[in-house]
Design a protein around this ligand. Sequence first.
Ligand SMILES: [Zn+2]
Ligand SMILES: [Zn+2]
Length: 243
Amino acid sequence: MRISELARQTADALAETLWPTRCVGCDQPGELLCEECRAGLPWIEQHLACPSCGAPYGFLTCTECDGSWLPRATVAALGFHGAPARMVTCLKDAHELRLAPVIAAAMACSLEEASAWPARDGAPRFSAAGIDALCFVPATAAAYARRGFDHMELVARALSRELAVPLADVLVRPSARDQRQLGRAERSANLSGTMRALDDLQGANLLLIDDVSTTGASLAEGARALAERGAASVTACVLARVW
Ligand SMILES: [Zn+2]
Ligand SMILES: [Zn+2]
């Protein structure tokens, strides 16, 4: 064993003694997400969800999107309450970086389920073989400066490994303001034109991911920026959908 590896393991063991791992769902010591909380996750049933925007129960008629929704399909894994909401907060704000692969695994699970159901274009909502690269909605410059890392980049790295799809860190948004206090129309106006793709994406079929979708404004803006640089299709996936 290399000395650096031994030092890392010793440091990990010490940290575990001082700050034992606790479940994000119920705060019990032991695992990041205990078995009980894992079993109780509010999964969105993909066959009932809107194939376009991913809204739960929107399969036949969706009240949340219309013909102008840009991603060809959207997969939302979980409802945004309980453990999923805390998973996002603990990763972003409590710097519990070990949650990134847990979040990626939940997204991979729903993408797998969604691959059995058609998008509005008749093709499967997701197929890893049909995706050229994985992109993520980047943190705003202000959020990056505050946290010192981009939590979705960590999730994207983990999901890229999980799906064996290359990562394309191409989106930037230098000037978007915080969305949290804004309503639906304001969110979309606030974001409009704030994301840019850095590379030429001519003909690429992309998977775009984000943590939470409220009105879908960030996904729509990301998809717009990718399409502007020539992306042939954008399939979207979020960990949690506000519902
Ligand atoms: Zn728990
Ligand atoms: Zn919809």
